[in-house]
Design a protein around this ligand. Structure first.
Ligand SMILES: *[C@@H]1O[C@H](CO)[C@@H](O)[C@H](O)[C@H]1NC(C)=O
Length: 175
């Protein structure tokens, strides 16, 4: 009889300790993978067109800053984009109280290395406390501008209705 109660006790301890490890691990330490893509903005418009080209070998970095006092709470190493222009950055921890951005660092292309205004960085949410679930967090596209717009851009942007929009908005929207 002593034996079976020992086994029951042992079983009980194993259950408690494994559930403790599980809830402890899942609760405090989030584990995220931030994914995204870097483009060459060949039309100099700072949004994706069918002429945008993925940039391979570009570097990006993930940076988080405390939202209250703006001190750094996380910095990833610089990560290089793949042949398809894609990057993945692994992060551990929960950054509910930080602003986290993927920031463009370097372009390997001489003809396409001009920094953009709206395609320069991309905000990502790295907490499980806001109801967003899943470990994969998608950053918006990032991009460098080409020195000069490709000649085909006019045609492509016309198809996209860009020039009509520009007329409506006035000249400040000009590239
Ligand atoms: C952010 O800064 C505030 C004010 O200095 C501080 O109280 C808080 O603990 C900081 N949070 C993190 C996550 O570092």
């Amino acid at each position: 009889m002593a034996k079976s109660s020992e086994i029951t006790l042992l079983f009980f301890i194993v259950c408690i300790s494994s559930s403790f490890t599980f809830s402890h691990g899942a609760g405090k330490q989030g584990k995220f993978t931030v994914v995204g893509k870097v483009y060459c903005d060949t039309c100099r418009v700072e949004f994706e067109t069918k002429l945008s080209e993925p940039i391979s070998g570009a570097t990006v970095k993930l940076e988080c800053n405390n939202r209250t006092d703006d001190t750094s709470t996380f910095q990833s190493p610089e990560v290089t984009t793949s042949a398809k222009g894609e990057f993945r950055i692994d992060v551990t921890g929960d950054y509910e109280d930080s602003d986290c951005d993927v920031v463009l660092k370097k372009s390997p292309r001489q003809d396409c290395s001009e920094p953009t205004e709206s395609w320069r960085k991309s905000r990502v949410v790295l907490t499980t406390k806001d109801g967003v679930s899943g470990d994969i967090r998608h950053a918006n596209n990032l991009g460098f501008k080409r020195k000069e717009a490709l000649p085909q851009c006019k045609q492509v942007l016309t198809e996209m209705g860009y020039f009509e929009l520009k007329d409506e908005l006035g000249s400040e929207a000009a590239p």
